[in-house]
Ligand binder design. Structure first.
Ligand code: SF4
Length: 380
């Protein structure tokens, strides 16, 4: 049975429920019942998840975190393939994204490629080039972050060399047809904040590949580093504010919140002057007790500067300080997505026109679907 065999059925289900199925499953997760292997645990960014083809798009669905354990969504094997069920009612056939071929290789210095970079969604190669962070002390770390856990578990290495990254990018492009590269970093210092090392990594990748590359870091102190990253070959940049509510930032990011929102807005302006409108993005986590009007105001201000605010629901990850937190409700997320999609439309920004990174990939959020389907956002 191929994915196309299910196309009619998927189309029917999507048209019945497209306003909420994607939002809901990204909040509540999925019980996989041991039917599939693979997935991400720990590390930077959202994880404890698995990539699936749901309908016409690839979606990262939480499968290992607390909410997923008791989710009303479950996987069931039938004669025709894997089905997604909601409280025992069949919704659609689903296809897990296959394990990429490059995972079976090792670098010239003997490190498995999947300890250097991993497949996100179906066509994104992602790596955390420096897997440690100066903010990782228990009282300082961002409460939603699991960057140190994959290192402790031995599923990654502390630092990826530019040469190793170039080797893996080349293989993943040749063997698995990846379309873009996303490089993030833990924060190694409070000056360049990893930007110089990211530039070295991009330079090495540029010797073997023309794929679009996003770099992600905290705003470096020296604004000239945006041009250094661009000149190295970076296509887009992600400056991840995490929340536009200062009270939430202080509570959830005891150390990182020392970088004020005003610093982020100045950084956005400078980064857009180098990378262009729609080629700078920021990551905004919803469901941490924020005042939604602060979030929408921040998203609007960022978008007016040309920055794509990539909004996602809180993913309570195992082992983090928020592992027992609840994700936001689907109603809350739907309303937020509608409003942010309306802001994007007003400012002429889109996931499609972005070239690399989370905004382009979109698999951890339903935002790009709200862009596509149109919105009736009520604005501020
Ligand atoms: S949205 Fe970002 S974190 Fe999520 S799968 Fe895509 S690149 Fe990875």
């Amino acid at each position: 049975m191929t994915p196309d065999d299910h196309a009619d059925e998927r189309e029917e289900i999507l048209s019945q429920s497209r306003s909420n199925w994607l939002v809901d499953i990204q909040n509540k997760g999925l019980r996989t019942n041991g039917l599939i292997e693979g997935g991400r645990r720990g590390g930077a960014g959202p994880s404890d998840d698995r990539a699936f083809m749901l309908g016409d798009r690839t979606v990262m669905v939480p499968t290992f975190n607390g909410p997923a354990v008791s989710s009303p969504y479950s996987l069931v094997r039938t004669e025709k393939g894997l089905t997604l069920q909601y409280n025992g009612k069949k919704l659609m056939y689903v296809d897990p994204v296959a394990r990429p071929k490059f995972y079976d290789r090792t670098t010239k210095d003997g490190i498995p490629y999947n300890k250097i970079a991993v497949l996100h969604s179906s066509d994104v190669l992602a790596s955390t080039v420096i897997q440690s962070c100066i903010r990782w002390a228990p009282s300082q770390r961002c409460k939603f972050c699991a960057i140190g856990h994959s290192l402790e578990a031995g599923t990654t290495v502390a630092m990826k060399t530019p040469e190793q990254l170039a080797e893996v990018v080349q293989a993943a492009e040749e063997l698995d047809g990846i379309k873009q590269v996303t490089l993030t970093t833990g924060t190694p210092n409070e000056t360049d904040r990893g930007a110089l090392y990211l530039a070295e990594c991009v330079k090495a990748i540029r010797k073997v590949s023309r794929l679009p590359v996003q770099v992600q870091c905290e705003p470096p102190d020296d604004e000239a580093l945006y041009q250094v990253l661009k000149d190295a070959g970076a296509t887009t940049i992600g400056l991840h504010v995490e929340s536009f509510d200062e009270e939430v930032r202080r509570r959830m990011m005891p150390s990182k919140s020392a970088i004020t929102l005003e610093t982020y807005f100045r950084a956005f302006e400078k980064a857009v002057s180098v990378f262009g409108r729609n080629q700078v993005s920021t990551y905004v986590i919803l469901g941490m007790g924020e005042r939604i009007e602060n979030i929408l105001e921040g998203c609007r201000r960022a978008a007016q500067l040309g920055v794509y605010p990539f909004v996602v629901p809180l993913r309570p990850l195992q082992g983090t300080l928020l592992e027992d937190a609840l994700p936001p409700t689907s109603e809350y997320m739907e309303e937020a997505y509608r409003n942010v999609a309306a802001i994007l439309a007003e400012e002429g920004l889109s996931s499609e026109a972005n070239q690399a990174g989370c905004a382009k990939c979109g698999a951890c959020s339903a935002l790009s679907s709200f862009e596509k389907w149109g919105t009736s956002g009520v604005g501020l």
